[in-house]
Design a protein around this ligand. Structure first.
Ligand code: T3D
Length: 261
């Protein structure tokens, strides 16, 4: 068990805390494997009904640990291999998880750290947080889905300016541009994000998961395909126990108690 990611399950929320604060939670191989294990558990464990991702210390994540890429130590790493081995599987696990993933960006999010935050379903940021497409500063290309998510979230003009200049973007601007959901005062961030994750974890997990799938599919579907998909997913949602409970609770004028099935 690695302590590079702290993992705790309570009230249906799996909280995963990136935990290399001295390095602003930069990713080494060990932290990658630990975070992947956390998301694999979220896929497999029915007791997990939402995930909350955050960072320990003053940063969220500074992306790849550059100490592990020191050219002075000799050799040229195959970054295609490291992306394929570490970053891409993580991004696929986050996007394919049919349960809500809340991200609480507690401080600076740079490189892959920023793009992982943008890949989560609902991202909140501390008012003091900054987002940096740091790749341009070291001659790399945005990864972790950044070249896909940035133009979709903010349009090509802003995506290119962010990626080509690597200028830091403050949290307020990130929210006003639609990169994240909401800015929260630093001291209130983790409580607000935890409350949101707990609310989602108590929700109709199947319906929420299918909603996530539908919205993501819209990125590549034509309108008619999307209408067909909505029909199919609604059919599936309509067979869930939580749908029956939601309608019954409405008719009985009481709060629903969703089981996640
Ligand atoms: O390699 C592959 O597999 C390909 C995949 C690439 C994915 C990527 O993410 S590439 C982008 C890598 N990340 C960066 O280029 C960001 C580098 N960091 C920074 O630019 C700055 O640290 C920040 C803007 C994020 C924060 O600045 P600041 O002034 O608040 O903090 P700092 O003093 O720079 O950093 C604090 C400590 O964290 C410091 O260590 P020290 O001096 O106290 O011992 C610093 O070296 C360390 N740190 C920060 N980022 C990284 C890091 N150490 C290793 N790798 C880092 N990425």
């Amino acid at each position: 068990q690695s302590d590079t990611v702290l993992s705790a399950l309570a009230d249906g929320v799996l909280r995963l805390t990136l935990n290399r604060p001295d390095k602003l939670n930069a990713f080494n191989d060990e932290m990658h494997l630990a975070l992947r294990a956390g998301f694999e558990r979220a896929h497999a464990d029915e007791h997990v009904r939402a995930v909350l991702l955050t960072g320990a210390g003053r940063g969220f994540s500074a992306g790849q640990d550059l100490g592990d890429r020191d050219p002075r130590k000799g050799g040229t790493p195959d970054l295609g291999h490291t992306i394929e081995t570490f970053y891409n599987p993580l991004l696929r696990l986050i996007r394919s998880l049919e349960k809500p993933v809340v991200c609480a960006v507690n401080g600076v999010a740079a490189g892959a750290g920023a793009n992982i935050a943008f890949a989560c379903d609902i991202t909140l940021a501390a008012r003091s947080a900054r987002f940096i497409q740091a790749f341009a500063k070291i001659g790399l290309v945005p990864d972790s889905g950044g070249t896909w998510s940035l133009p979709r979230l903010v349009g090509e003009a802003r995506a290119k300016a962010l990626a080509l200049t690597a200028e830091p973007l403050d949290a307020e601007t990130a929210a006003s541009w639609g990169l994240i959901w909401r800015v929260v005062d630093d001291a209130a961030l983790i409580d607000e994000a935890s409350a949101l994750a707990a609310r989602l974890a108590a929700g109709p997990t199947r319906g929420l998961g299918l909603t996530k799938r539908a919205i993501q599919a819209a990125a590549t579907n034509a309108f008619d395909e999307q209408l067909d998909l909505e029909r199919d997913l609604q059919r599936e949602a309509g067979r869930s126990a939580d749908y029956a409970e939601g309608v019954t609770a409405f008719l009985e004028k009481r709060k629903p108690e969703f089981s996640g099935r």
